[in-house]
Structure formats: C-alpha cells, structure tokens
Write a protein that binds this ligand. Structure first.
Ligand SMILES: Cc1cc2nc3c(=O)[nH]c(=O)nc-3n(C[C@H](O)[C@H](O)[C@H](O)COP(=O)(O)OP(=O)(O)OC[C@H]3O[C@@H](n4cnc5c(N)ncnc54)[C@H](O)[C@@H]3O)c2cc1C
Length: 427
C-alpha cells in the first residue's frame, strides 16, 4: 500500500514510521521541516499538570499517551540506536503566592477525583526538593507522573527510524489534496492508495472547513552554566515553566498568543518570560541566553485533536495543540458515532486510517445494541462519540452506576453492557 503523508512534524513522522513498520510504502512531503512546532516545544509530557476542568475525555487520552511514552522511546531507541531523550523526572508545580497556592490546592482535589498522584508540598518542603527555587515560593505539588522528552531529538530519531523503514521525504509543499493523490507547489502530482494530512495548523488551508488554527508560543533557551543555580526539576508556575534537560539546557516558556500564523519574537514576550522565570528561580544571572524562538500550536475549538477521515476519504491527524509531543507516542481510536459530521473533533489514534493499521476491536452493548469499539476505549470516549449532551447523563456499566469523575479512567472490555440515560430539558 502506498501512502502520502503531508507534514513532517512530530505527528507526520510518527504516522509515517508506524505505517512503514506495518509494511506501507510511505512518502512524506514537507516544504520546511524546520517549521515543525516540536522544534520550539519544551517537551513536557504532562497529562496531570496540563489537566483542565471540563477536559476529562482529553485527560484520558493524555494519560494513555503518557503511559505509552517509555515504551515508545525504548522502541525508537532500539530501532535506530539513538536515545530520543525521554526522562522520567516528575514535575514540581510551584505556587509563587497565596492565590497560586489556592489554585494548586483546587487542582490537587480535582486530580484526586481521578486517582492521580499529586502530593501537596509546603514552601519549605518544595525548596528542599528544588533548592534553585526562590525563598518566597509558597509551596506546590509534586507530580511524579509528568515527565519530559527533548522534542528536537525526537524529530531526529523519528526521521532516522522512518528512513530505516524506507520512508521517502520530498521537500515540497502540498497545495491540493484528494483521497488518493496530492498536488505539489512544484506542479508535480503524486498518487497513492491513501493520503494523511498532518500539516499542523496549516492543515486547515488544505482541507477547507477543518477547524484548526495557529496559536503562537514564544520560548527562551538557556545554555548550561556552572556559575548559576539552575533548577534540576521540571518546574511549572502558573504563568511560566522551566524544563531542564540532562545536558544542562533550560527551556523557559511559553506565551499563548492568538495572532495568526506569525512567528516574530517580541521584546515584550521575552521580558515577561524572563520576569516570571526570575521570580521562581532567581539564580539566572550568569546563564547564557542562547535562543529565542516562536512556534505555532495547532489548536481546535475544544482543544482536542482531530483524527478522522473526511467525507472525501482523506485521513487527518492534527489539532494536538499544546500536547502534540505527548501525543507523538500514539493513542487508541474510539469509534466515532455514525452521523457525526466531519469537522467535529473526534478522538482517535495517530495512525488514523482503520484500513492502514491492524486494529483490535471489541464488541460491547450500548442500550441493548451491539457497538464495536477499539480495544482500550474508555467510557469517556464512548460518551463523547454516542451522546450529544454532556449534562444530565447517567451511565451504568454492567449494572453498576459509574460517576462522571470516573468515566475517563474506566476502560471498556469485550461484552460490557452499558446503559446510557439522558435527561430531557423542558416539559
Ligand atoms: C511554544 C510551544 C511549546 C510547546 N510545548 C509542548 C510541550 O511541552 N509538550 C507537548 O506535548 N507539546 C508541546 N507543544 C505542542 C507541540 O509542539 C505540537 O502540538 C506538535 O508539535 C504538533 O505537531 P504536528 O506534527 O501536528 O504539527 P507541526 O509541528 O506544526 O508540523 C506540521 C508540518 O507540516 C508542514 N506543512 C505545513 N504546510 C504544509 C503543506 N502545505 N504541505 C506539506 N507540509 C506542510 C510544516 O512545514 C511542518 O513541518 C508546544 C508547542 C509550542 C509552539
């Protein structure tokens, strides 16, 4: 089977490698590999500290991707003999003042509802763990399950892995897309059995109506120094994060700017990031500032990735927003509800075409009807794809009522009987 992948970011490369592993003959097309958001990204693998109220279904996917990272990194390293830079280091969420502390306390309660580990630390306890922190820091959370990887290294290793599996790369822009062919900006046309669009925020320009847009993020990079007191943990303040790599590089980020496809670096952003970082870690004075860069996150209206096949038969994997590096390890597809229109965000896998991968499927009964799901689907995924409303929904699995707070963490198995009750408004 011949497959064309548009876009050589972390998602396009992971898709290409996985497909080539399964025997597909893959070609990636990209006009500018250096434009990938992962060239700028900090590489936090942070399902827990990224958790947001109301994004429970996404939390389940994020956790699944995080669980896959150690194996994904080991598999990549084995494939090409180069370590992609995954570090199981845990993360410190830091409260600079009483407001931050109250916010982190609320987060800890929310995380507790999902059984996720987040240990509250006093100011003294957090400084003992991370002596680089400012004396004014008021406490925080120790989150042992949030780790990091070096995204630039991941891109390089994925490129080597793909090359080893015979993936061809063509330096050109895709200007037209069909289910079995693409048109290039050099007037060539390439044909294949399947086309997968992984062009990040630019995917919206290739598939009209795809709700994905760029959200700019600026970051700073500091070089290693023996003379400054630099942090040794991943630190997350409420307005800034600092990620220290094993080679001593520190990445400080990031702004969130809704300004279209603009990657200008600005004085204001640098000043704010330095200020915020300084207030958490005051020992920066001697550190060399080696890079200021800006990248574009592919964002969607509900913050969830779009992994789907268009009505015309083109496969899409984009919209990974602030978690695309995390999602690089892959996650399973939940079958979408028949009749859900293209353009709505649908959870899925990073290898998006069912026909392109071996997929193990389980059969469950939903309100008495047989429904097929991907093995590993969660209850939250099922709700997402089968229920239009999110309020007034009660669910039982095998006659046991499952509270909403446990939907994301409830995996479904072959033969499960699910009853979904929805309350109607009015009357
Ligand atoms: C400042 C910042 C910090 C971040 N931090 C983190 C983090 O800590 N953890 C995390 O998990 N994620 C993070 N992210 C998010 C993550 O980097 C992205 O979600 C992810 O890299 C998106 O990957 P992608 O392959 O979908 O898209 P992209 O990386 O945007 O890649 C798309 C590729 O498509 C190519 N392309 C564009 N148009 C065309 C065309 N017409 N034809 C062919 N190719 C085309 C581009 O040249 C590019 O190479 C961060 C992002 C930013 C900007």
């Amino acid at each position: 089977m011949k497959v064309l992948v548009a876009g050589a970011g972390i998602i396009g490369r992971a898709v290409a490698w996985r497909l080539a592993q399964r025997g597909a003959q893959v070609t990636i097309v990209d006009p500018d590999r250096s434009a990938a958001a992962a060239m700028v990204a900090a590489g936090m693998l942070a399902p827990v500290t990224e958790a947001r109220y109301g994004e429970e279904a996404l939390l389940g996917l994020n956790l699944e991707s995080a669980r896959r990272w150690p194996m994904f990194a080991a598999e990549l390293a084995k494939e090409v003999g180069v370590d992609p830079g995954f570090v199981a280091c845990g993360t410190l969420a830091v409260a600079r003042d009483a407001d931050d502390r109250a916010e982190l306390d609320r987060l800890a309660v929310y995380l507790g509802e999902f059984g996720l580990d987040a240990e509250r630390l006093s100011g003294r306890a957090i400084r003992r763990r991370e002596p680089a922190l400012a004396a004014s820091v008021r406490g925080g959370l120790w989150v042992p399950g949030d780790h990091q990887v070096n995204p630039r290294r991941v891109l390089d290793v994925l490129a080597l892995a793909a090359e080893k599996r015979g993936v061809e790369e063509i330096p050109a822009g895709v200007v037209a897309v069909g289910p079995d062919a693409v048109g290039l900006d050099n007037r060539r046309e390439l044909s294949a059995d399947a086309v997968v669009v992984c062009a990040g925020w630019a995917s919206g320009g290739l598939l009209l109506g795809l709700p994905v847009r760029p959200v700019k993020g600026q970051v700073l990079r500091f070089g290693p120094t023996a003379r400054s007191v630099m942090p040794s943990h991943v630190l997350r303040g409420l307005d800034v994060y600092l990620v220290t790599r094993s080679d001593g590089e520190v990445v400080v980020g990031a702004t969130t700017e809704d300004v279209g496809p603009d990657t200008t670096v600005t004085v204001g952003a640098v000043r704010r990031l330095l200020d915020e970082a300084w207030r958490l870690v005051p020992g920066f004075d001697e550190a060399p500032l080696v890079e200021i860069s800006a990248g574009l996150r592919p964002d969607t209206p509900d913050g969830a990735p779009i992994l789907d096949t268009t009505a015309a038969g083109v496969h899409v994997a984009t919209g990974h927003n602030r978690n695309g590096v995390l999602f690089g390890s892959g996650h399973r597809r939940c079958r979408r509800r028949r009749g859900v229109r293209f353009g709505l965000a649908v959870r899925g896998v990073t290898v998006p075409a069912r026909s392109l991968r071996e997929q193990s499927v389980i059969a469950v009964r939903v309100n008495g009807e047989s429904v097929e799901l991907s093995d590993g689907s969660s209850l939250a995924g099922l709700v997402e794809s089968h229920v239009c409303q999110t309020r007034g929904v009660a669910i039982a699995v095998n006659e046991e009522v499952i509270p909403r707070s446990a939907w994301a963490a409830t995996s479904l198995a072959e033969g499960d009987r699910i009853e979904i009750l929805t309350a109607r408004q009015g009357g």
